[in-house]
Design a protein around this ligand. Structure first.
Ligand code: DX5
Ligand code: ZN
Length: 218
């Protein structure tokens, strides 16, 4: 299965967003944008105006991870700013049916995210609504945390669920991914790997991306 690498902009230098993105855009498939409200998660990152600005400098697919209390209340703004996909936490929207519909109405792809503590069963009935299933491998809120290996069994469960039902959702793992654990994550069934600090924290981000890709494909 071919792997998509989605560097998380949260780990980039916010004073140099354009050059940070230009540095990696030919080496990656997606860009992961972490929107945090300081309420659903204990940190505030960036929002719509930043997405709108970085849209002007790249054509990369924007995978927006929405960590806010009412994640479906700004769908039109996300679409207008140039997002391609919004993913929302099941912990924030217990019934994602309406939000998924509304996302599609404004032209956005839709993803569902589960925290490390939430079992896969929490989203299983809704996977058919999804373009993307995201398994968090750290507590949401901050970059640079250590990968929680216990979530791998949920990645396996998600992959099995998708395959057995002939669904098409991508499966993403988010948090603490490095060249050392990327292979494990992909072998468990993920085909989208988010990497923040491992990419933008590296001296040479394109080589860091290549290292992750090589680890998965070796
Ligand atoms: C955490 C975010 C992650 C994070 C990944 O709340 O959802 O996307 O930025 O960063 P690293 O790869 O540094 O764990
Ligand atoms: Zn994220």
């Amino acid at each position: 299965m071919s792997i998509k690498i989605a560097p998380s902009l949260l780990a980039a230098d916010f004073a140099r967003l354009e050059s940070e993105i230009k540095g990696i855009e030919d080496h990656v498939e997606w860009l992961h944008l972490d929107v945090m409200d300081g309420h659903f998660v204990p940190n505030i990152s960036f929002g719509i105006p930043v997405i709108e600005s970085v849209r002007k400098v790249t054509d990369l697919y924007f995978d927006c991870h929405v960590m806010t209390t009412n994640p479906d209340s700004h769908l039109e703004d996300f679409a207008r700013a140039g997002a391609n996909l919004v993913s929302m936490h099941i912990e924030a929207i217990p019934d994602p049916t309406g939000p998924a519909e509304r996302a599609r109405e404004v032209g956005l792809d839709f993803g569902l995210v589960i925290n490390p503590i939430t079992p896969f069963e929490g989203i299983a009935p809704f996977v058919e609504l999804c373009d993307l299933v995201v398994v968090m491998s750290v507590e949401p809120g901050f970059g640079g945390q250590s990968f929680i290996p216990e979530v791998l069994s949920k990645v396996e469960a998600a992959r099995e669920w998708v395959e057995n039902r002939g669904l098409t959702a991508d499966i993403e793992v988010d948090g603490g991914i490095t060249a050392d654990n990327a292979r494990l994550v992909a072998d468990a069934g993920a085909n989208v790997l988010v990497a923040g600090s491992a990419v933008f924290g590296a001296e040479d981000p394109p080589s860091a991306v290549m290292e992750i890709r090589r680890a998965v494909e070796s």
